[in-house]
Design a binder for this molecule. Structure first.
Ligand SMILES: Cc1ncc(Cc2csc(CCOP(=O)(O)OP(=O)(O)O)c2C)c(N)n1
Length: 550
């Protein structure tokens, strides 16, 4: 038997956690003492709880393990709700360690500091944004409950809540077991795979669409193999951009880019819009992924596997782990690419060749300059916030990308880029708009203390441009010029304020040449300027809405 707090930390590590992002408070201080004294998992503190959630979410997405945040009761935990909701929506395995009152104080008859409506309000709020929960109030049952909750987090790839009463961390407790994977019906998987393969063989224009769960469950290489063996053209969804980046380029996967509907290259969108059999692996059926289709997509003609379910027309197979289905399909697929590659249009080209001249820099130059770097130096770990910078990311050559493409919360970018570098040890390239930077960009001030040196590109159009793109008369979208490059120097980094393409190229070269401090490149683009992809996206949405209204 060991103290409950230490057993909890060992259990997190045994289930795939590699670090804890936290901000203490008195209700969770005893656990913080054990985190710091034991060194079982490194503690990374930031300045604001929403950033903890974004950082831990990105860390989980990058290392395919568990992301962990540790926060105090009430004020701390409720501050991280939005980031946890984003992780829930985007299938990210986040563990929320939240302090809570001990047994005696919970029944003292006094309302406690940080308490909301009820002493259990925190628990009730988190039930809506987590797939499982446990309060460690009974050391006798805690090991089994913890094992169950941590397995839920892994198997559903969604957040879980672990409440740690402050009077329990020193209580002796047994080790926490790592449970075997939840049982599933292998016969159902086999029947589903048989039905899927029959449909794929009979289809005239099948297309493979891959989305985030393929990464969450570590299946990119197996799905790339499946695409090769079946010779299906591969598309990623908007959320799944960057998937197979390490696989698609070199390994002969017929990769055709990202489905963007009316905002994408017509020949790419046609691969899905005109397919008689979309095969969708790990797909979240969200509007950001499929809502920009020229015609309302009929998912009944698709094969869809996500969230431990698989659909074939009106048939629904329940409790089908994605990994089990992919292996069953591989077992049935031809050993080699039996079919000649289908005559497919070439994948859309991504803009390259930034001309480093004195022309004023514009939003379209962002992807052009980064593609030149990807072409010259290979893929980079890119983290994007929501905004036009995310649409620029849709124009990049295949490269790992983490972004809130569906839940779409601003403020994700900088903390997530910090979390990604903590998780991988590799320098992050962060793309963020000036509006989103105003929310959480100040977390860069922690980089000198943490020894991190991301490269941050702020697309500074001095507006909430995405708001203005969808409502051009909006006057509230004007943000003014915050001179963020100057702020970077004050925060311990190096700021570059660029107005021309030549200055942008020079700033990129200088930023990547220097290690040891974060670099902030402030891309001064004219208000109203946007990437071609955002322009097509907003025009397409407006046209679809006008058609729906007519
Ligand atoms: C937490 C949250 N609050 C509001 C919104 C709504 C929104 C989506 S995009 C956007 C403007 C983003 O401005 P920024 O300058 O960062 O980027 P750009 O558009 O390229 O100029 C807003 C306000 C979201 N998504 N999340």
């Amino acid at each position: 038997m060991n103290p409950l707090g230490l057993q909890l930390l060992h259990a997190l590590k045994h289930h795939g956690a590699r670090e804890i992002f936290g901000i203490p408070g008195d209700f969770i201080l005893p656990l913080f003492a054990q985190i710091e004294e034991s060194g079982i998992l490194p503690l990374v503190t930031l300045s604001h709880e929403p950033s903890l959630g974004f950082a831990a979410d990105a860390a989980a997405r990058m290392h395919c393990g568990l992301g962990v945040v540790a926060v105090t009761y009430g004020a701390g935990a409720l501050n991280v709700v939005n980031a946890v909701a984003g992780a829930y929506a985007e299938r990210s395995p986040l563990v929320v360690l939240a302090g809570c009152p001990g047994e005696v104080e919970a029944h003292s008859g006094l309302v406690l500091h940080h308490q909301v409506r009820h002493v259990d309000s925190q628990w009730r709020i988190f039930r809506e944004i987590t797939c499982d929960q446990v309060r460690l109030s009974d050391p006798a049952t805690a090991p089994a409950e913890l094992a169950r909750v941590l397995r839920s987090c892994r198997e559903y790839s969604q957040p879980v809540l672990i409440e740690v009463p402050r009077d329990m961390t020193l209580h002796p407790m047994d080790n926490v077991p790592v449970l075997p994977p939840s049982p599933f019906n292998a016969a159902a998987v086999a029947e589903c795979a048989d039905e899927w393969m029959a449909r794929i063989d009979a289809a005239l224009r099948p297309v493979l669409v891959v989305d985030v769960e393929v990464r969450r469950f570590g299946l990119e290489s197996r799905v790339a193999e499946l695409a090769r063996r079946l010779q299906l053209p591969v598309l990623t969804t908007f959320m799944g951009r960057g998937l197979l980046a390490a696989e698609g380029g070199a390994a002969g996967v017929p990769f055709h880019g990202t489905y963007l509907g009316v905002a994408g290259a017509p020949e790419t969108s046609a691969l899905l819009d005109e397919s008689d059999l979309p095969v969708m692996l790990g797909a979240i059926l969200s509007d950001s992924n499929f809502g920009v289709s020229a015609q309302r997509m009929d998912f009944r003609r698709a094969l869809i596997a996500a969230h431990r379910e698989a659909r074939v027309g009106h048939h629904l197979y329940q409790d089908i782990p994605l990994a089990a289905l992919v292996e069953a399909l591989l077992a049935r697929a031809p050993a080699a690419a039996a079919k000649p590659p289908r005559a497919l249009p070439p994948p859309p080209t991504c803009p390259e060749g930034l001309v480093a001249d004195d022309t004023p820099v514009c939003a379209a130059d962002l992807s052009r300059a980064l593609n030149d770097r990807i072409r010259a130096h290979g893929p980079m770990h890119i983290v994007a916030d929501i905004g036009d910078c995310l649409f620029a990311a849709m124009e990049l050559l295949p490269t790992p990308l983490v972004a809130p493409g569906y839940y779409a919360s601003m403020g994700f970018g900088v903390p997530a880029g910090i979390g990604a570098q903590v998780a991988t040890g590799q320098r992050s390239l962060i793309l963020v708009g000036d509006g989103a930077f105003q929310m959480t960009g100040w977390e860069l001030g922690n980089c000198p203390r943490l020894g991190l040196d991301p490269v941050v590109i702020v697309l500074n159009n001095q507006t909430w441009e995405m708001i203005r793109a969808f409502q051009t008369e909006s006057r509230c979208a004007a943000l003014g010029d915050w001179h963020l490059a100057q702020a970077a120097d004050a925060l311990g980094g190096r700021g570059h304020r660029v107005h021309t393409r030549a200055q942008f190229k020079a700033a990129l070269d200088a930023a990547f040449a220097e290690r040891g401090r974060f670099q902030l490149i402030e891309l001064m683009v004219p208000p109203g300027d946007s990437t071609p992809t955002l322009r097509r996206f907003s025009e397409g949405i407006r046209a679809l809405r006008a058609r729906a209204a007519s």
